[in-house]
Ligand binder design. Sequence first.
Ligand SMILES: Cc1cc2nc3c(=O)[nH]c(=O)nc-3n(C[C@H](O)[C@H](O)[C@H](O)COP(=O)(O)OP(=O)(O)OC[C@H]3O[C@@H](n4cnc5c(N)ncnc54)[C@H](O)[C@@H]3O)c2cc1C
Length: 399
Amino acid sequence: MQNLDITIVGGGSAGLTLALLLAPLGLQIAVVEQGAAPTSAELNYQRVSALNPASMRLLNHLGVADPTMAQAAAYSSMAVWEADSFGRIEFSADPPQLPQLGWICDNEGIRQQLYQQLQTHNNVQCFFQAKISQLAQTEREVLVQLASGDILLSQLLVGADGVNSFVRQQQQLPLTHWDYQQQAIVARIHCQEPHQGVARQVFLPTGPLALLPLPDAQQCSIVWSADTARAEQLLALDNNAFNQALSAASQSALGCLTLTSERHAFPLTMRYASEWVRGRVVLVADAAHSIHPLAGQGMNLGLMDVAALAQIIEKQLQSGKALAEPRALLAYQRWRKAEAQSMIGTMEAFKRGFSNKQPALKLLRGAGLLLADKLPGLKQKLMAAALGNSGDLPDIAKY
Ligand SMILES: Cc1cc2nc3c(=O)[nH]c(=O)nc-3n(C[C@H](O)[C@H](O)[C@H](O)COP(=O)(O)OP(=O)(O)OC[C@H]3O[C@@H](n4cnc5c(N)ncnc54)[C@H](O)[C@@H]3O)c2cc1C
C-alpha cells in the first residue's frame, strides 16, 4: 500500500501535463494509464492538434514542444471560407509581436516529450498498462486498487481519462451529451502545392474540412467532419476515389491531394459533465467536456483546465491548507466550467450556423464572414479567442 498526495487516472496530454505541473511542488504523485508508455518512435502525424499560443506558453514553460523543434509545424495564417459562396475570413500573424498563430502538433509527440520530462522527477510514479479494479473514497482519502495488486491511497484523485471517463462513470457524475451525427475522418496527405504555413478550413454543406500544415511544406493533416452517411461513403471509397473527392471538396486550394496514411474515423459527440467534483475526486479535460473539432480547441481547453487546477493546488499548499479542500475544488469547477460552457456555446453557434442549407441563410453567412473580415473590432475578438488569449487564463498561460 502506498500513501500518496495525488493519483491521476489517464496519461494522455492532460494527465501528463498535470503531473508535470505538480511535480515541482514536491507532492507524491501517481499516474495510472491503461495504455502503453509513450515511446520515442518516429512521429507519424496521424493524430494532430492545433495548439494555440496560450497552450504553447504552458508547454514551453514545462520544457515541452519548443516551437523551434521539428515536432511542431507553426502556422502563420488561417483561411476559413464557405464552399460555393463569397464568404471568407483570413487571420494573419503580425511579427514581431505575434510571429505565429499556432502550431500543429503530433498528439503522441506531445505525450513523448511530457513523459521524458516527467522521468526527471522521482516523486512521480507512472503505472502503464494498468487496470483499476477498485476505486473508493472516504472523507479522508481515495483508494485505487490496480489489477496488479498495487494499492494507492491519495488525498485527491483526478479523472483525466478522456471522453469515456471511467472515473466520471464510477463516481456517477451526471453528463449532458448529444450526438453531432457526424464523423471526423483524419489522415495525412500530400499536397500538390506547398501549404505556405496556412491552416485552411472550408465549410461544406455536409461539414467542415480542415487542411492543417505539417513540418514538410507539402504535407498536411486533414480533419474532415461529415454527416454520418457522407462519412461512411467517404470511408468506403478506395484511395484514388477518396483523393478525388478530397481534392474537389478542398476546392483545389492546394491542388491535387493524395493520401499518405490510412484514414481513421472518430464519431463526434458533445459531452459535458454538469458536476466536475465529487468529494475528493475531480475531472479535467475530455473527461469533463468534449467538443466538435471544427475550431481545434479541445486539447487547448483541457490544458487550461489542468493549469487552473495546478494553480489552485499550489495556492492551497502555499497557504498551508489541504490540497483537496472542498472550497478549492469547487473554485476550480466554477472557473473552468464557465470557460468550457462559453466554448461549447460558441462551437454550437458555428456548427448550427454553418449546417443550415437554406439559400437565404447561406447569403447571410457569406455577408457575415465578409463583414467580420472587414470589421477590425470583431476580427480582433475572433482572433483573441483563436489565440487562446480571451477568457480567464491560468497565470502560467498568460501572455
Ligand atoms: C478528430 C479530432 C481532431 C481534434 N483536433 C484538435 C485540435 O486541432 N486542437 C485541439 O486543441 N484539440 C483537438 N481535438 C481534441 C483533443 O484531441 C482532445 O481534447 C485531447 O486529446 C484530450 O486529451 P485528454 O488527455 O483529456 O484525453 P485523452 O487524450 O483521450 O487521454 C485519456 C487517457 O486516459 C487513458 N484512460 C482511459 N480510461 C482509463 C482507465 N480506466 N484507466 C487508466 N487510463 C485510462 C487513455 O488510455 C488515454 O491515454 C481533436 C479531437 C478529435 C476527435
